[in-house]
Design a protein around this ligand. Structure first.
Ligand code: PLP
Ligand code: ZN
Length: 398
């Protein structure tokens, strides 16, 4: 049988330590927590030569031995991952930073880093014989599931808020998905998706409700390590919604430590959210383990309009263990920095990327970030997916 030489072992619950095998279809743990994938790290460190990885095609499948797909034939790919790490051309100079980098995830298929997580989740769904995928989404996740489902020959249903940016409503249909709009937040979409799933037998791809999306997102951490030659940056700034990217990268750093790939301190993980929806910064400040749901969430950054997340405690753990912080920025600051990224760096970013940049400016002002720090600002999505939102804030109208 063809294989990926995966070293996957089993699935575990980070909350109650329950274990599950990888041949069954899994959702959340019986205790309600998201599940994580475990590997045989001794074996992985024996069979992978990290310095040889660069000779493989630069997609996320480069790390296949520490990814969960068992049979190579089940990999569903559109070339996700392998995104550039861009040193700042002008902004760094202007704000006195010599080591400022942008990780431009807008280069992924369907225009955002959602391609990594959902490419992985769809591949595993195919491997496990799942046929119908449903997802509640604020936008980018829907496009990604639709694309990978189409490629895998699976059915896809997308439930999104009526006020989602219009490109998401268009590309999902072209990618073959059935689309339903709900007058409400992503949370309401989640409730509607659960109903349809139950009535019609769809499998839910809601954030963290299946264990494999994180495994795709964690490849951002592996890529960064390679791009920094295994000397990780001091700070990572990441716009946070459901938290899969933050949790995934932190898992990747932990795995690389277990395999002896990295030494020294791991990056400080910084979560940025919006003033109008900031459950994680609020919980971080209050010192709680879980984040209370945010009432009446609003922000133009659709990916950050997530009032409550099942992985809240994992995000807070990663932020605290890493010595990081969590911060909310205003929509105005986001737009201002989205314009700066475009006009000073040539990166047409989703407003979530502007949020990362706005967070950097704040943390530099407060002294949390030193001008000498090596900082990676995540641009999680492409501005082309937000044209209707962005045209309302054109620089010429300021
Ligand atoms: C989904 C999304 C986010 C939030 O990502 P999580 O990893 O779920 O926290 C941020 N930015 C963009 C552009 C997104 O689509
Ligand atoms: Zn559990």
């Amino acid at each position: 049988m063809p294989s990926t030489n995966t070293t996957v072992k089993d699935i575990y619950c980070p909350k109650c330590a329950a274990r599950y095998d990888t041949d069954s279809i899994l959702t959340l743990c019986d205790c309600g927590s998201p599940l994580l994938v475990d590997y045989d790290y001794d074996q992985a460190s024996r069979i992978i030569d990290r310095h040889e990885l660069k000779n493989r095609p630069f997609t996320m499948w480069r790390y296949r031995e520490i990814l969960p797909v068992k049979d190579e034939a089940n990999i569903v790919t559109l070339g996700e991952g392998g995104t550039p790490l861009l040193p700042s051309a002008h902004i760094g100079n202007k704000i006195g930073m010599n080591n400022l980098y942008f990780k431009d995830e807008g280069n992924n298929p369907t225009g955002s880093f959602k391609a990594r997580g959902l490419g992985m989740a769809v591949s595993r769904a195919k491997e496990l014989g799942i046929k119908k995928l449903i997802i509640p989404t604020a936008g980018n996740a829907g496009s990604a599931v639709a694309a990978y489902a189409a490629r895998a020959g699976l059915e896809c249903c997308i439930i999104m808020p009526t006020d989602a940016p219009f490109p998401f409503k268009v590309d999902g249909e072209y990618l073959g998905a059935r689309i339903e709009l709900v007058d409400g937040t992503i949370k309401d979409c989640g409730i509607r998706a659960a109903e349809i799933a139950k009535d019609e037998g769809w499998f839910s791809f809601a954030t963290l409700k299946e264990p494999y999306r994180i495994e795709g997102k964690k490849t951002m951490g592996y890529e960064l390590a390679e791009q920094f030659d295994y000397d990780l940056p001091d700070v990572i700034i990441y716009p946070t919604g459901g938290g899969t990217g933050l949790i995934g990268m932190w898992k990747a750093f932990d795995e690389m430590e277990k395999m002896g790939w990295i030494n020294g301190p791991k990056p400080k993980m910084v979560s940025v959210q919006a003033d109008g929806c900031a459950p994680i910064p609020r919980a971080f400040e209050q010192g709680t383990d879980h984040a209370e749901e945010w009432k009446d969430p609003h922000t133009l950054a659709a990916g950050l309009r997530v009032p409550g997340a099942v992985g809240d405690f994992l995000m807070l753990q990663a932020i605290r263990e890493s010595g990081g912080t969590a911060l909310a920025v205003s929509d105005d600051e986001m737009i201002e920095q989205t314009i700066a990224l475009g006009s000073k760096e040539g990166i047409f970013a989703a407003p979530e990327g502007g949020a990362s940049m706005a967070c950097l400016i704040r943390l530099l002002d407060s002294g949390f970030i030193k001008p000498t720090d090596r900082v990676v600002v995540f641009i999680t999505g492409n501005g082309y997916k937000y044209l209707d939102t962005l045209q309302e804030h054109l620089p010429s109208n300021k």
